[in-house]
Design a protein around this ligand. Structure first.
Ligand code: MN
Ligand code: MN
Length: 309
């Protein structure tokens, strides 16, 4: 039992309100993305329209919308004017984040218009549902991993072993604790004062069940406020800090404040100086398709609150 003093209580209450408001927006936007027919749309159109909807609903983007296709499991967002078009057989994971005062809702859906891949989507959704059904204060993260693995395997698929859910903190998406998608040693117990994202990734039996880093890197985040020796690059770093804090951003988001070619050069400088980090796309090691489902939740005394339900 946690005893909080009044001030802590008030802070906690306000944080929960922000988590819940962000979750409501994220959930509505995700459901609209699930229903929409994306075939023929470009990745640029999909990312930009979802991000616009988040802002229209009163939220801010916690990270660029991820539109990872087929064997790409995660961390692809549209390049500026990305002309890649969704086909009728593509398995598209739409992973979106909403923040209010830095309190984040992280949620994802997989869509496909070819029924051949429904089983993958169903396995990811079922694993998420089963995981959430066992979580309360004190549940061990390793039991969540075991539940996800069991459900996924029962449905004839396999979990991606080296991708996991995570704890969330203000302006921090991966706050240090991992929720595994397989049974694993090393565990923590869920605490009522923290928010978490659970996100099973599943692939086919033919997959290797883990992801490798790909060459493409189009999501970035600031890691330090350290200065470089380049005034222009420092100016971009200041802009990034003001706009996105330490949260991830896309090159798209720097345009038109910066001209695209110049933004690329400066961003590269910031990466080289270790002021900004870039995230590689993550690809299933055998090139098999991957589906994902994700919710954000807060364990509470009277049961779990799923903010993105
Ligand atoms: Mn996510
Ligand atoms: Mn996540």
């Amino acid at each position: 039992m946690m005893i909080l003093n009044n001030i802590q209580n008030q802070d906690y209450f306000m944080q929960i309100q922000d988590y819940i408001s962000a979750g409501k927006i994220a959930s509505q936007v995700r459901e609209n993305a699930r229903k929409k027919y994306h075939v023929g749309s470009t990745l640029f159109e999909i990312c930009e329209s979802i991000e616009k909807e988040i802002i229209q609903k009163g939220g801010k983007c916690a990270f660029p919308v991820n539109t990872s296709i087929n064997e790409i499991a995660a961390h692809y967002t549209a390049e500026p004017n990305d002309q890649k078009v969704i086909s009728g057989t593509d398995l598209l994971k739409i992973d979106l984040g909403v923040q209010i005062n830095g309190y984040i809702a992280d949620t994802a859906v997989t869509v496909c218009y070819d029924p051949k891949f429904d089983f993958l989507i169903q396995a990811a959704e079922a694993a998420l549902k089963d995981a959430i059904s066992i979580i309360k204060i004190g549940t061990k993260s390793s039991d969540v991993g075991k539940t996800i693995e069991n459900t996924v395997k029962h449905m004839g698929c396999q979990p991606i072993a080296n991708l996991s859910g995570h704890s969330l903190e203000q302006y921090t998406i991966h706050a240090g604790k991992s929720i595994p998608n397989i049974w694993s040693i090393g565990s923590f117990s869920f605490s009522p004062t923290e928010a978490y994202a659970c996100e099973p990734f599943v692939t086919t039996k033919e997959g290797l069940g883990f992801v490798r880093e790909g060459k493409t890197r189009n999501i970035f985040s600031l890691i330090t406020r350290k200065r470089t020796k380049d005034a222009e690059a420092d100016k971009l770093a200041d802009h990034i800090w003001e706009k996105f804090n330490m949260l991830p951003f896309a090159l798209r988001w720097l345009i038109p404040t910066w001209e695209e070619k110049n933004a690329r050069i400066l961003l590269e400088k910031l990466v080289k100086n270790k002021v900004v980090r870039s995230y590689p796309v993550l690809t299933e090691a055998n090139g098999e398709r991957v589906a994902q489902a994700e919710h954000t939740f807060i364990p509470q005394e009277n049961g779990i609150t799923v903010t993105t339900l």
